[in-house]
Structures are given as structure tokens and as C-alpha cells.
Design a protein around this ligand. Structure first.
Ligand code: TXA
Ligand code: MG
Length: 319
């Protein structure tokens, strides 16, 4: 029996009952619960098998709601919120004392965003509490970009996936926080660095694992398919060395000329990075269920969303 449903009333009932529901956002699907319910939040961590030291993002429906969540709203954060909310930007700000430690892993800051998805905005408006929602995948697995990805992962452990179609952006939100009043980008995501600097000027980047103690979720191995994955600038050359392997290829654009390939995923026929980003995870999901010996992915152009895609592909190759 499917647990995928468009029934918002049902989702509200489950959430009011301190249980969890998977929700659509424009980035990836989230596994959501009432931020003030210890029962719901513990279930999120359990279902995902996520360590408790990894804090959650709070999802709200309007800037007005922010005053219940944070105690400070620096000027550059206001500029960013104005430019990108509702949308794929998560801000890390000083938290109100009323925000439970379970949400923030004991930190004095909280991650918050207004998602840009009509179904989830409607849901949030009908609830009397914000929703904590990490991506709806088991720890270290590929994030889900449609409802059936979530169902495949969690059909035995959660009651409902709220159907909202395929995620239009397909990569997690960009995360920005502040250190000594200076903005720091902790996770490359759906909003490119160029878009951010257009609004607030230069920003320091601490996206890599070794420099990102403030975003403990940014472990090197993350977003990983089960199939061993390789990243290369020269796909055709790379696979020549593996004539006897069952190979799947993930390419940005164009065609590929090789006989020993089982399946190819082209992310954009027209070479658009936005389209490529939106298809990245669903293509990895597809390749991952083909029982291949290896996935060979092509390095993307190193600008705009290409940087975010390369970041996820690098993490996918870690073992
Ligand atoms: O696009 C998204 O952001 C999706 C959708 C569902 O909104 N959510 C998402 O959540 O990607 P999650 O839990 O998979 O990633 C959240 C990241 C983690 O790396 C976590 O460590 C970091 O945000 N984070 C959360 N609260 C934090 C805080 N107070 N300080 C630093 N990092 C924080
Ligand atoms: Mg995640």
C-alpha cells in the first residue's frame, strides 16, 4: 500500500499527533516534525539513523515567524532573506532560548529557512508550530527528489509522504552563517556563490569537511550511492581501463562514444546547469539500482551551480 498522498489534512493530523511526515520542498524532500515535540524530533533522528550531534533545519512560512526562532537578525542576513526567501537559502542565526537543544544539537545557533514549495507553505500556514526537517534519506545516502524515493527508503517506518511532485531545484539549500559578524558559506547548494555575492559582496567559504566544524552534516562521505562512484574529467579515457566492468556513466551534456557502457545519464541536453542540478540525484538513484560495478561521473564546469554539483559528486565518490 502506498504511503504517498496529497492529503494535507491527513499530514496535519499526523504532525499534530507528534509523528513525522515527509514533505516536498523545492530543494529535496524533508522528513518533518514539530520542532517543539521531543517525540517527533527523536523519531526523525531514529528513522534517518542520524547522529544526535547533527542539528536540524527549522522550516517556517513567513519572516514574521522568525521572531519566535532567532534572537538576532544581522543586516546581511536580512538582505539575504529579502533576496532569497521563500527559497533555497538556510541562515544560521543566534537562537531563542525556547528552541529545544535537540534541534540545534546543543548549539546556541539555529538553522532556518522558508521553503519555496506551494504544498509545504500551505501546510506550514495551517500548523501552529514550525517544522524541523532534514533531508528524507537514511544517513549518508542520496537525498530524495521525488516522493517515491522517500517511499523506497522509509515505507516501513513512516506513515506518509506528502506528494508535491519532483523537486524543481534538486540540490539542498545553500547554508550561510556568521562568525564575528562576517558571513560564512558552510554548504554549497541550490543558490550559487555568484548569486550570494551579488547581494552581500564577498563571502568566506568553509564548505569542505576539514574547515566546517560548524556544519557537522558536511561529512566527507555524504550523498553516496551504494555503487562505487568515480569522478573524472575524461570519462571516455577513464573507462578504457575497465573493459570487463558493468559501467554506468553520468554526464553533464553531449554524447559519449564507448561500447562497454551499460547505461548513460545525461543531465542536460542543452548544457544548462540548473536543469543538470535538478536531475542530479534522481539520475544517481537510477544508476544506483542497476547493479553496476561502477558509476563514472564527469566533472562539471567550476562555476555557478556547477560548483555545487561537483561538491556533491566529490562526496559521492568517498568510501
Ligand atoms: O534543502 C535543504 O536544506 C533540505 C530541505 C529539506 O530543507 N534540508 C537539509 O537538511 O538538507 P539536512 O539536515 O540534510 O542538512 C542540514 C545541514 C546539516 O549539514 C547540519 O549540520 C547543518 O545544516 N546545520 C543545521 N543546524 C545547524 C547549526 N545550528 N549550525 C551549523 N550547522 C547546522
Ligand atoms: Mg541531508
Amino acid at each position: 500500500m502506498t504511503i504517498i498522498s496529497k492529503d494535507i489534512t491527513k499530514a496535519i493530523t499526523i504532525l499534530n499527533n507528534e509523528d513525522v511526515v515527509a514533505i516536498p520542498t523545492e530543494t529535496v524532500y524533508g522528513l518533518a516534525g514539530n520542532i517543539y515535540s521531543e517525540k517527533a524530533i527523536r523519531k526523525i533522528f531514529e528513522v534517518k539513523q542520524r547522529p544526535l550531534f547533527n542539528p536540524l533545519i527549522v522550516h517556517i512560512h513567513s519572516i514574521d515567524q522568525l521572531q519566535d526562532i532567532v534572537s538576532e537578525f544581522p543586516e546581511k542576513a536580512q538582505l539575504l532573506a529579502k533576496a532569497f526567501w521563500p527559497g533555497s537559502l538556510t541562515l544560521i542565526l543566534k537562537k531563542k532560548p525556547t528552541i529545544p537543544d535537540l534541534i540545534t544539537a546543543g548549539k546556541d545557533s539555529v538553522a532556518v529557512r522558508i521553503p519555496n514549495h506551494p504544498v509545504t507553505l500551505n501546510l506550514l500556514q495551517q500548523l501552529s508550530f514550525p517544522l524541523a526537517a532534514p533531508s528524507a534519506n537514511p544517513f549518508n545516502r542520496i537525498s530524495p527528489t521525488n516522493a517515491s524515493h522517500v517511499e523506497d527508503y522509509f515505507k516501513d517506518t513512516i506513515k506518509m509522504v506528502l506528494e508535491g511532485g519532483a523537486c524543481t531545484n534538486g540540490i539542498e539549500s545553500t547554508i550561510i552563517g556568521f562568525e564575528n559578524d562576517q558571513p560564512i558559506l558552510y554548504r554549497l547548494g541550490s543558490i550559487s556563490i555568484e548569486e550570494i555575492t551579488n547581494v552581500i559582496g564577498e563571502i568566506q567559504i568553509k564548505n569542505k569537511k576539514e574547515t566546517a566544524p560548524n556544519a557537522p552534516g558536511m561529512l566527507a562521505k555524504h550523498y553516496a550511492p551504494k555503487t562505487r562512484t568515480y569522478l573524472t574529467t575524461e570519462v571516455e579515457n577513464f573507462i578504457k581501463d575497465y573493459p570487463d566492468k558493468k559501467i554506468g556513466v553520468l554526464k553533464f551534456t553531449g554524447d559519449i562514444n564507448a561500447s562497454n557502457i551499460e547505461h548513460v545519464e545525461i543531465l542536460s541536453e542543452t548544457g544548462g546547469l540548473k536543469e543538470a542540478a535538478s536531475k542530479l540525484y534522481s539520475s544517481l538513484h537510477k544508476l544506483d539500482i542497476l547493479n553496476l560495478d561502477m558509476i563514472v561521473a564527469e566533472v562539471f564546469p567550476d562555476f555557478g551551480l556547477g560548483k555545487s554539483i561537483n561538491d556533491r559528486l566529490e562526496r559521492a565518490t568517498k568510501i
